[in-house]
Write a protein that binds this ligand. Structure first.
Ligand code: TRP
Ligand code: SF4
Length: 340
């Protein structure tokens, strides 16, 4: 019986942080252990270029960084195929074919795209590029080229999966039932806030802890986290519900610790500095195996490259098969005899 194909990926624009970890990375780790699944993870360098076209070095460098992060958290290349998007030419071809099946008005209405365009004024000014506006079409190509059925992603990606489903239905209604309609699988944990309390964690905000951060970096960041602003002295009564340190204790500390922390904080029996130190220690310990594995791969980039090359070769074969079906359905299957 054919396995259920799982397809997901990330834009290589920076290293991965704990927001990614509690978001889609954990789901991916769980999924790769299931016999009935066949998971693929793409490093979406073409998509990253849609808003980093003027910075190819950044994208190039981060392809390796993201791949190293995947291996460090335990993505196993024997179970999950990791590949580079730009090395699958079929995805670019499909993007062109699908662009006939989606209107400009529909793309402009996509909530994710809309938010991103508003955030990226310094790149696009008042007029967004054709490539960026159309990246959901490219993402639909990513998913359908692999006949991806399940797509584990964060909430923000849901409108993109919906857009893909619409494209699939339109394609199938015109050209015949060829493409597989995917479903989003949302992770159970909510999006993790930044250390400063911002709803979003990110590099540009400087409020994230990276999987690759050293012990000192973790400690420094935790010491700068936002606490209950009403607390000046240790014996001021505190409110852990509005403290980012308490919020992170909930992710990294034991149940007993959390109970004690909240109680002592409310009763004014707990110092914020000690509370932060304890959190830093717990984060350092939780991330230790990831950090150590990462250090190993950092010392052996050739291993990471080999894994990417093998994954990409495997992915190319899969996309080629889908393309045959698509071209046949679209009556673009010229000279099939001669090619044999
Ligand atoms: N848009 C995704 C992100 O920004 C990355 C991505 C590209 C993706 N292609 C995909 C995710 C296909 C899931 C499926 O993180
Ligand atoms: Fe936050 Fe801990 Fe300070 Fe309470 S004691 S405000 S939980 S850092």
């Amino acid at each position: 019986m054919r396995k259920i194909r799982i397809l997901t990926g990330d834009r290589p624009t920076g290293r991965l942080h704990i927001g990614h970890y509690f978001g889609s990375l954990k789901t991916r780790l769980e999924m790769q252990e299931k016999e009935e699944y066949e998971p693929y993870i793409l490093i979406a360098d073409v998509q990253a270029l849609t808003d980093n076209f003027n910075n190819p070095e950044k994208v190039r460098k981060n392809v390796l960084e993201v791949a190293t992060d995947y291996l460090a958290i335990g993505i196993d290349p024997n179970k999950t195929t990791i590949y580079i998007q730009s090395m699958i030419p079929e995805v670019a071809e499909l993007t062109v074919f699908y662009s006939n099946l989606v209107t400009i008005a529909r793309l402009k209405r996509n909530p994710t795209v809309k938010t991103e365009i508003a955030q990226k004024k310094e790149i696009f000014g008042e007029s967004v590029t054709y490539g960026f506006l159309g990246y959901p079409v490219n993402q639909a190509a990513d998913i359908t080229a692999f006949e991806g059925e399940l797509v584990p992603v964060g909430e923000d990606q849901e409108p993109l999966i919906e857009q893909c489903r619409e494209i699939v239905r339109k394609f199938n209604s015109i050209y015949g039932n060829v493409l597989v309609e995917p479903k989003a699988v949302l992770s159970s944990t909510k999006r993790i806030k930044g250390l400063d309390g911002n709803e979003k964690m990110g590099k540009s905000l400087g409020n994230a802890i990276y999987l690759s951060d050293s012990e000192d970096e973790i400690t420094r960041k935790v010491m700068g986290a936002v606490t209950d602003p009403g607390r000046i002295k240790k014996d001021d009564l505190g409110n852990p519900d509005i403290c980012m340190v308490a919020y992170y204790h909930n992710l990294f500390s034991t149940k007993n610790e959390i109970e004690t922390i909240c109680q002592e904080c409310r009763e004014g029996r707990r110092g914020c500095v000690a509370c932060k130190k304890q959190l830093a220690k717990n984060i350092i310990e939780t991330l230790r195996p990831i950090r150590e594995k990462r250090a190993y791969y950092e010392e052996h980039p050739e291993l990471v490259e080999q894994i990417l090359l093998e994954g990409t070769k495997k992915a190319q074969l899969v996309a080629r098969e889908t393309m045959k079906k698509v071209k046949k359905a679209m009556q673009l299957d010229y000279f099939e005899e001669e090619k044999k």
